[in-house]
Design a protein around this ligand. Sequence first.
Ligand code: SAM
Length: 346
Amino acid sequence: MSKAGALNLATGLGGKIDKSDVLSAVEKYEKYHVCYGGDEEERKANYSDMVNKYYDLVTSFYEFGWGESFHFAPRFKEESLRESIKRHEHFLALQLGLKPGQKVLDVGCGIGGPLREIARFSSTTITGLNNNEYQISRGKELNRITGVDKTCDFVKGDFMKMPFPDNVFDAVYAIEATCHAPDAYGCYSEIYRVLKPGQCFAAYEWCMTDSFDPLNQEHQKIKAEIEIGDGLPDIRLTGQCIDALKKAGFEVMWSKDLAVGSPVPWYLPLDKSHFSLSSFRLTAVGRFFTKNMVKALEYVGLAPKGSQRVQDFLEKAAEGLVEGGRKEIFTPLFFFVARKPHSGSQ
Ligand SMILES: C[S@@+](CC[C@H](N)C(=O)[O-])C[C@H]1O[C@@H](n2cnc3c(N)ncnc32)[C@H](O)[C@@H]1O
């Protein structure tokens, strides 16, 4: 899917981390997680360091395998993965009712794949907020190449304390990003603060569903695999997200787990039993090739030491995501639209 090749993968590995420090960064990152003795409180207290390390380490793998948009999508039969990803972005723009000229905020924007697509689809001006410097530098380069830099920009900042004044955006959206927040209420409150009264916030959230049983060891193992593989402090239940929105002051217009009823499951591209030429790099065979390529690149010194370890925890993520999806205890597609009341100012 992505135009990024093996050389881009090798040179981008480690992001802004000095190449000689990649291995120690991997070790530090792993120690935050349950299977290496870490705990939830420590992950929450150090969320900024943990999440930034994670994205420095994985961004070039994501771009190599997934493309410019780092999210899942519900999918129809006969629809390609790429088409479904774009449709999912258009759906968000339509649900927000975006109008030409509006000033929009993309919270946790990655390298800006959705930002470029939604800005062109809706003729809006979008600011991408991201705490990861490496992703911002990639996003700026891609915006310049596509000409989107004339209307859209990136701001480096933490979505728990946004560098914007109150009541400035006509719409806010977040795609599979606010799951990294140590506290949903804190993050949604910031979104509420910067949104103009009467305007909407829409998001796709990563959540545990009501089928998740916290006393079930297998469910807990799957949850921990997703957390380590995806840089998450603690995956919330769908109901906890809704409660946090209301507590922050939002009126929830509607919400739905879009994984339910999707003709093609969202996790299919990562499923080992599935093969696809168009998303070959995500398949079991494609991942096997990438694994060996990274091993060779690391051996000859083109990729930094520790690169294979990154691929190992991404593999763990893929297994956890597929199992979580299959058992319907986890969804990356919990969608909601929430309005800041007209009376709601800061
Ligand atoms: C899975 S990626 C999704 C990126 C993008 N929304 C997309 O769909 O392509 C999650 C993003 O959230 C960003 N992020 C995580 N924690 C953040 C924080 N505290 N402040 C700002 N951005 C954050 C990460 O840097 C990353 O870009």
